[in-house]
Ligand binder design. Structure first.
Ligand code: ADP
Length: 495
């Protein structure tokens, strides 16, 4: 608890579940660990199925009243919550940095990004417009209205503890859904701090419920949420394997599912690229959150004619990156746990054993047992694990190509389809390659593609649905068609 006592506002540190507007203690607790030091940060409520069901009941009781509020009222509360996050950004960044490990500057960036979803969807709350359809029936009006899906469950990962939560609760609250959220076991404190702020700004009891749990409890909570007939939707961000499992569980009650799963992003550098921009874009797309993002560049495809020049500049840029704990000026923090370290070590070893060359990094550093060095491998090929698997660590695997069609074929040779990046000065090539890439997101000459205003989501096994943007409320509403017959003037007794 030592570090967290340095919060400007220590009451943002909440460790119980938040159900029906009340902080709810449980006998069972689990530890949240600082990945930089291995120290216990807090003991948090370890919820079970019964506690989860209490949260479902609270969300159910609150839902109709919440949906019946004027859109402007929901909008005002969402904006207040976003503003409260901005007002408390240093403390929220500290909580994120301590439980997730990302450097302070990145953690502040995440708070702003996360609060931005709330202020964006505060505006969208007033724009869930439907349609009036020219009627095919006599004396009948035909309308399509968008209504809140109802009670919804949210399960979030540890890599963006604030932003993955607000990207979901923003549109959910905007349209009138109520929520039971289960944050990742590694990073529950951020979600609880957001719940504390929602309480302060006046969200009604039962609208936002947060059920925390250990890794062992996650399947129990997940089962309670997915088997419930009251819960009408699940929005999940996390691994592909758990996403498939939860989608299967949701099938029994035909729930709406939004899934944001793993990626395997290609980053293609063509021979006409601005190499400085390509290197800057590669660093941005790879090293945010120490490479632990689903849109992280996973496979770097470089035209053979510029490969040496690009690699030399990339090495120079990587040499500038500082590794360190969240309260330093570092750009690279620790990996989330020792399992991740072992996994990334295996990916590097697999590549080297199959012929790749290690030109930078390759293992953990003296900063600590979970601080993996920024790593560059050249000569990677599509059969290596660093091509077939999501690296989720600060490792760049470079592969040379000769033709555009070869690069596209390698890029599309995966079941994932979240983000892709291309670097070229040729507009026709940028357009045509973008259209041929089987991805939900394409960054052209940029490695930074995330914002509240843009539609985020994948194709193939990277997921279902889109989050953010003016499309972002669609995944939280049902379309209801109303046929209003009997509208002939003669049927109006006052005519
Ligand atoms: P990662 O490998 O990035 O930790 P996971 O998919 O395992 O990704 O975790 C993402 C979220 O899913 C976390 O909140 C985690 O607790 C939760 N989770 C993991 N397994 C289950 C499960 N069987 N049922 C419900 N939630 C789960």
């Amino acid at each position: 608890m030592r570090n967290l006592l340095n919060l400007n506002d220590p009451t943002l540190l909440r460790t119980d579940a938040y159900i029906d507007g009340r902080w709810t203690a449980t006998d069972a607790r689990f530890a949240v660990i600082d990945p930089a030091t291995g120290e216990d940060l807090a003991d948090v409520a370890d919820c079970d199925a019964a506690t989860t069901n209490l949260a479902i009941s609270a969300a159910h009781a609150a839902q109709r009243g919440w949906a019946a509020r004027l859109p402007l009222e929901r909008s005002t509360l969402l904006r207040a919550l976003g503003d409260a996050m901005f007002d408390n950004e240093a403390d929220l960044a500290r909580i994120i940095g301590l439980e997730n490990g990302k450097p302070f500057a990145e953690a502040v960036g995440e708070v702003r990004y996360a609060a931005g979803f709330l202020t964006w969807f505060a505006e969208e709350a007033r724009r869930t417009n439907g349609s009036i359809i020219p009627s095919p029936f006599a004396d009948t009006a035909v309308l399509a209205v968008r209504e809140a899906i109802g009670v919804a469950a949210i399960i979030t990962p540890w890599n963006f503890p604030a932003a993955m939560m607000t990207r979901k609760i923003g549109p959910a609250f905007a349209v009138g859904c109520t929520i039971i959220a289960k944050p990742a076991e590694q990073t529950p404190l951020t979600a609880l701090a957001i719940a504390e702020l929602s309480d302060r700004v006046g969200f009604p009891a039962g609208v936002f419920n947060v059920v925390t749990g250990s890794a062992e409890s996650a399947p129990v909570i997940g089962e309670a949420l997915t088997s419930s007939r009251t819960v009408r939707k699940l929005s999940f961000t996390g691994s592909t394997v758990i996403g498939k499992l939860l989608a299967t569980q949701c099938a029994a009650t035909v729930k709406r599912v939004t899934l944001e799963l793993g990626g395997n992003a290609p980053l293609i550098v063509f021979d006409d690229a601005d190499l400085d921009a390509a290197v800057a874009g590669t660093i941005a797309a790879k090293f945010r959150n120490a490479g632990q993002t689903c849109v992280a560049a996973n496979r770097i495809l470089v035209h053979h004619s510029i490969a040496d020049d690009y690699t030399e500049r990339l090495c120079a840029a990587v040499d500038q990156l500082k590794i360190g704990a969240f309260d330093s000026d570092a750009q690279i923090g620790p990996l989330i746990d020792d399992v991740s370290v072992t996994r990334v070590q295996h990916l590097v070893a697999d590549a080297v054993s199959h012929g790749a060359t290690l030109v930078r990094g390759g293992d953990v550093t003296e900063a600590g047992s979970q601080f993996f060095a920024p790593t560059i491998l050249t000569g990677a090929i599509p059969t290596m694990s660093c091509h077939t698997d999501e690296i989720f660590g600060p490792v760049l695997a470079l592969t040379e190509f000769s033709t555009t069609s070869e690069a596209i074929a390698i890029a599309n040779n995966t079941d994932a389809g979240l983000a892709a990046y291309i670097f070229t000065r040729d507009h026709a090539r940028a357009w045509n390659v973008s259209r041929q890439l089987e991805y939900g997101i394409v960054g052209v000459n940029t490695g930074a593609i995330s914002a509240p205003e843009v539609p985020f989501g994948g194709v193939k096994q990277s997921g279902i649905g889109r989050e953010g943007s003016h499309f972002g409320t669609y995944d939280w509403t049902e379309l209801k068609y109303i046929a209003m017959a009997g509208l002939h003037p003669e049927q109006d007794p006052t005519q």
